[in-house]
Write a protein that binds this ligand. Structure first.
Ligand SMILES: *Cc1c(COP(=O)(O)O)cnc(C)c1O
Length: 401
């Protein structure tokens, strides 16, 4: 091991620890669910994006097991060289129908869908206009492209601020093309992007729109078809990204849009071109997950019943949920050290909920991020609420911001 690399790494890690920004993953000893086993303890799990409980659904498990028998465990190659099996193609056809778009292209994750799509659809003559709270994978995708995008150059608008967005559109008319990009549901705050207003502005100013629906997939819209469906904007959002890793319960990401967009990404989407296809069991499990979403309204109903109950109960108890409108429910703390202390105390009470700190959110805006799901029982959530109240009282945290 090179000595200067090793000493640099250790110094960096010490700095993170001093700043209360150091992360240690907890290891689960059971399938994802409303309760999980960690270190021999059975705890309420508020840290999973398994919104609909599909990660351990019997039909989805069975489809994956059967696919192993039929197709083996690996695709063997990248998609275009020989890694596309019938199940991969069928999944894309099913997703295109589900999304009411011409075509869908699946990537191995939502992260790689962003880094594959964004740089592929812009050139150095273009500009990308972003919401300031966009997800890290959008930001990385934007950086990989050759379009202008920087905040310091005035191409980032304040969170959900349509006036600022319009002002940017007015002063960027000399660019060849303009792309507006936003989360559909913001991943750390749980609020919903003002998509109807964004689409109207884009139409008025001849820009195009990409929405990252990672946290809207399976959560908002018809059968969970996302924010475009939620706002009835069919045909008016140029590029939609969805994840297959959260509510769908497995792993993957996709781009939904026109047939030519799909064709272009098959030819120019670098993670598609240079990274191996999903194992066929992943595609088969995802088809089964989609079957459940399209035929069984129960998981989505439970998700939203639990979400409404959890938000109302936290608010009633005096917690600040930061304007969240979706299952993602942040509980505001502010100070990074206090948030991490709260995480530790919640853990001692049997609740697994993580402190989210810089750089995932801004400094001084630390929070405990909670995610109710269809996999929780009312008893799980009532138990978690009592733990939150007890820990808050122990720590004498101020109520609200
Ligand atoms: C989680 C997330 C992603 C990444 O999706 P994966 O499928 O987990 O790679 C992309 N965008 C947003 C907004 C997310 O929250």
């Amino acid at each position: 091991m090179n000595a200067s690399l090793e000493s640099w790494l250790r110094e960096q890690l010490e700095t993170l620890k001093r700043q209360n920004l150091y992360k240690v993953p907890k290891i689960l000893d059971s399938a994802a669910g409303g309760r999980v086993l960690i270190g021999g303890r059975d705890v309420v799990n508020l840290s999973s994006n398994n919104y609909l409980g599909l990660a351990n659904h019997p039909k989805v498990r069975q489809a994956a097991a059967e696919a192993i028998e039929r197709w083996g465990v690996g695709a063997g190659a990248v998609r275009w060289i020989g890694g596309t099996m019938q199940v991969h193609a069928e999944l894309e056809e099913r997703l295109a129908k589900f999304k009411s778009v011409e075509a869908v292209l699946v990537f191995t994750s939502g992260f790689t869908a962003n880094s594959g799509c964004i740089p592929a659809v812009v050139t150095e003559d273009d500009v990308i206009i972003s919401d300031e709270l966009n997800h890290a994978s959008i930001i990385d995708g934007v950086r990989l492209g050759s379009a202008k995008y920087k905040k310091s150059d005035g191409f980032v608008y304040a969170h959900k601020n349509l006036e600022e967005l319009e002002a940017i559109l007015k002063r960027t008319q000399s660019f060849k093309r303009r792309m507006i990009i936003t989360d559909g549901v913001f991943s750390m705050d749980g609020d919903i992007a003002p998509l109807p207003g964004i689409v109207q502005l884009a139409e008025r100013h001849d820009a195009f729109v990409m929405v990252d629906d990672a946290h809207a997939s399976g959560v908002l819209g018809r059968n969970g078809a996302g924010s475009t469906s939620h706002f009835n904007l069919y045909g008016r959002v140029d590029i939609q990204l969805g994840t297959l890793s959260k509510a769908f319960g497995v792993v993957g990401g996709y781009i939904a849009g026109s047939a030519s967009l799909k064709d272009w990404l098959i030819n120019r989407g670098r993670p598609y071109l240079f990274s191996t296809a999903h194992p066929p069991m992943v595609a088969a499990a995802l088809i089964a997950a989609l079957d459940v979403m399209e035929t069984d309204p129960e998981p989505m109903r439970r998700l939203w019943d639990n979400t409404r109950w959890w938000k109302a109960a936290l608010t009633e108890a005096g917690f600040d949920t930061m304007g969240s409108e979706t299952p993602i429910t942040p509980v505001y703390v502010g100070d990074e050290g206090a948030a991490q202390e709260m995480e530790r105390r919640l853990w001692d009470e049997g609740v697994f909920a993580l402190a989210i700190v810089y750089p995932t959110v801004a400094r001084g805006k630390a929070r405990i991020r909670t995610m109710p799901s269809a996999a929780h029982t009312p008893e799980d959530l009532a138990f978690a609420l009592e733990a939150f109240k007890k820990v808050r009282d122990q720590m004498a945290l101020p109520a609200g911001r």
